[in-house]
Structures are given as structure tokens and as C-alpha cells.
Design a protein around this ligand. Structure first.
Ligand SMILES: *Cc1c(COP(=O)(O)O)cnc(C)c1O
Length: 404
């Protein structure tokens, strides 16, 4: 290349230079094989589109994969969280401790049951809920703690369990990021009393929309199976098999059912979890090696007693070493067609919670400060090595340009 071309390729895309890529690399996306599609086709040709045999088959396979006794399929991760709050019997006046560094649905699920989410701050390195701060938030109204395995790294479950047991409250895991991860050799999905998953296309496996709750208690599982079907005492298939029409309704339920079409896709996707998790770990290793050499970029802290599922790969920018803020870095990377994202705006900073629960700035200072400097980089199993190189090149190009 002549010097003019070199200059052209190094000029930031946001300033009119050549972008690193010609099309946007998203931060996450699903991967479907022909086999997945064929499994869905089989259901489309069968008698049962919903509430058929694939639901139980998916539940059994999922329970067996994580090593839990029970799994309950529902139609989103949000429905999984709400079902958990219902199973726990959360009612008006009850408090549930939730991290603020999470997706809004974690806290919303408490509000669906008229409970009060109590927002808890995080560890500044891992951004996982801080057990010391959890304990400070416990009152005589506290009924449960929800731990979110942020980015795919399991929380401090032994400490959280000890706190929950001592206060005789329940431990829930929002494991929507963490299918495939382990904590001290124990699989995510078995670490809390109720464990929730999402199968949205950006999550570790995809069914389109979908979710699951795993637990040891048959009683809780049955409660949630009822809730997903309007709290009726029997479902359509059971009635058809018995040739009966009568059903009772003892509580107010919802339609949170996951269809056989979705479950067939889930069953097929579940077979890939280990391979995909390994691939994401390989990508994370590449990123880690790169960022170890860069002063202005710090990857999240890694605990040594876990294996990470790397749903997200989050970096924290060292803003004092940069001439612009996170917003400018974000825009510059997007212009390079590197699909960075931000996970998350602390939930207690959302207008709804400010208005309805009186939350706001200063409630969780570590999460608020971290929010200003985090970026999620593209991370999904079907990324090619060239895609990973593009991300690294893009980060180097933009960060070096804005370094003081
Ligand atoms: C995705 C997600 C949810 C919600 O799952 P949906 O399937 O989109 O309803 C809840 N909590 C966390 C941490 C998530 O990442």
C-alpha cells in the first residue's frame, strides 16, 4: 500500500474513513442448522403444534442437561422470572432483592406480583451482585434474593446461599446469560432454588421466544405449569386423552405456554450448548490476550472458581486515559460496523422505578459509575476468526485514536 492508502484505512469511519467491515457485525445472534429446521418441520407436519409431546421432551432434556430434577418451559425469560415470583408466593408488601445491573425484566417480575424490588449494587470488577450489600438490604419483609449471572459468569452462590438460609428466604438465579456455565463444578441451573433461562435469539440457545425454570421441587414446578396455562387444573391434551371437558380455575393465571414448534427447536439447539460455550471461551481468550496489552481497556474481572458462559464480553473503558466518553467510542465503533452494545442501564435509573418506587441517582453508585464505561463486544459462537480479528482491529483503531 502507498502511504495515502494506509492513511485512508486508518482514518476513523466516523470521520469519513473506510470502515473495518462493510456490514455490521452484531453483538449476538442465533445459529440455526439444517437439522434444527428439519426438527421444526417435523412438528409442523404433526398433530400437535402446542401443548403436545415436544414440551415435556424439551423439559426433560433441559433438566437432564443442567442436572436438575424439574424443568418448566414457558414462552420467555420474563415469563420464567414471573412464574418464579408466583411460585414463591410473592404478594403486595413483599420485598425481593435484585441487582440493578441487569435487564429490566428481572425487577419487573417482582412488580408483576405487586412486590417491591430492592435494588442492590454490584462488585466493580465483575459487576455481579455483591453479597455484602445484599445482606445490608435484608429486612423482615424480604422474601427472596435474585442473583443474575451477568455476562454468563455465575455469582457468589455459596455466600448468597448462606445469607438466604440464615434469613430463611429463597434464592433465585436469573441465569438467562449463563446456560453452560459452572460454579465450583456445579452447573448453572442447579445453584439456586429456582433458576431461569431465556431462549431469545441473542441468548445461549434460541427458540425465537422462550424460557425455562429449573428447580428441585415438584410442587413448585407444578405451580408454574398451572400458571402458564391460566391456572387451570388440566390442560388441553390431558382433557383430550381422557375425553373430558371439565377444568377448574383456582387462581389467576396467564398464557405462558411454549409451543411444540419452539420446543422442537430448543431440543435441537440444546445439543450444541457445550460446543458453542467452548467456542465463545476461545473467542474470549483472544479478546483477553489483546486487552491485556491495552491501558485504556479493562475486561471484566474473572473469578477463579467458575467457568464462564460468555453470553456477553464486556469491557470497561479507562475514561481518564481517553479524550472522549463511552458514547463517542460507541458511535465510532458502530461506524466501523462493529456492533457494540451497552448492558445495562442500571434498572433503578429507569423512569418507571424512579416514579413508582422513588429510586434514582446515588442508590447504587458502583453500577451507576460502571454504566458510564461499559461496552459489550460482539460475542457469539458462529463468529468466524476473521470476525474476531475485525473486532480487535476496530477496538485498537478507535481506542488508539482517542487515547490521551
Ligand atoms: C434476556 C433476559 C431476560 C428476559 O428474557 P426474555 O426471554 O427476553 O423475556 C431476563 N433477564 C436477563 C438477565 C436477560 O438477559
Amino acid at each position: 500500500m502507498n502511504s495515502q492508502l494506509v492513511e485512508q484505512s486508518e482514518k476513523l469511519a466516523i470521520e469519513g474513513g473506510m470502515p473495518i467491515r462493510s456490514t455490521l457485525l452484531p453483538y449476538a445472534r442465533q445459529f440455526l442448522s439444517e437439522e434444527d429446521i428439519e426438527e421444526v418441520n417435523k412438528v409442523l407436519r404433526s398433530d400437535w403444534l402446542t401443548t403436545g409431546p415436544k414440551v415435556e421432551e424439551f423439559e426433560k432434556a433441559f433438566a437432564s442437561f443442567v442436572g436438575a430434577k424439574e424443568a418448566v418451559a414457558v414462552n420467555s425469560g420474563t415469563a420464567a422470572l414471573h412464574s418464579s415470583m408466583f411460585a414463591l408466593g410473592i404478594v403486595e408488601g413483599d420485598e425481593v432483592i435484585v441487582p440493578t445491573m441487569t435487564f429490566a425484566a428481572t425487577a419487573n417480575a417482582v412488580v408483576f406480583q405487586k412486590g417491591t424490588p430492592v435494588f442492590c449494587d454490584c462488585d466493580p470488577q465483575t459487576l455481579l451482585i455483591d453479597p455484602v450489600k445484599v445482606e445490608e438490604k435484608i429486612t423482615d419483609k424480604t422474601k427472596a434474593i435474585v442473583a443474575v449471572d451477568y455476562a454468563g459468569q455465575p455469582c457468589e452462590y455459596d455466600e448468597l446461599r448462606e445469607i438466604a438460609d440464615r434469613h430463611k428466604i429463597t434464592l433465585v438465579s436469573d441465569a438467562c446469560h449463563a446456560l453452560g456455565a459452572n460454579y465450583k463444578g456445579r452447573a448453572v441451573g442447579t445453584l439456586a432454588d429456582l433458576n431461569t433461562f431465556s431462549f431469545h435469539p441473542v441468548k445461549p440457545i434460541a427458540t425465537g421466544e422462550g424460557g425455562m425454570i429449573t428447580c428441585e421441587s415438584y410442587e413448585s414446578a407444578e405451580k408454574m405449569r398451572r400458571l402458564r396455562n391460566h391456572c387451570l387444573t388440566s390442560d388441553h391434551r390431558e382433557r383430550q386423552e381422557k375425553g373430558a371437558w371439565h377444568y377448574g380455575m383456582e387462581d389467576l393465571g396467564y398464557n405462558y405456554r411454549l409451543s411444540d414448534i419452539h420446543c422442537a427447536l430448543g431440543l435441537s439447539q440444546l445439543k450444541k450448548v457445550n460446543d458453542w460455550t467452548n467456542r465463545r471461551r476461545e473467542i474470549a481468550k483472544k479478546y483477553n490476550q489483546t486487552f491485556a496489552q491495552m491501558d485504556s481497556v479493562t475486561p471484566l474481572g474473572l473469578r477463579d472458581d467458575v467457568t464462564h458462559a460468555y453470553h456477553l464480553y464486556v469491557i470497561q473503558l479507562e475514561l481518564d486515559k481517553l479524550s472522549v466518553d463511552r458514547g463517542e467510542i460507541f458511535k465510532a465503533l458502530r461506524a466501523e460496523n462493529i456492533g457494540v452494545n451497552v448492558h445495562y442501564i442500571p434498572v433503578h435509573m429507569q423512569e418507571f422505578y424512579k416514579r413508582e418506587f422513588g429510586t434514582g441517582e446515588g442508590l447504587c453508585p458502583i453500577a451507576e459509575q460502571s454504566y458510564e464505561r461499559i461496552l459489550s463486544l460482539p460475542m457469539f459462537a458462529s463468529m468466524k476468526d476473521e470476525d474476531v480479528e475485525d473486532v480487535i482491529e476496530g477496538i485498537e483503531k478507535v481506542i488508539n485514536y482517542y487515547s490521551k
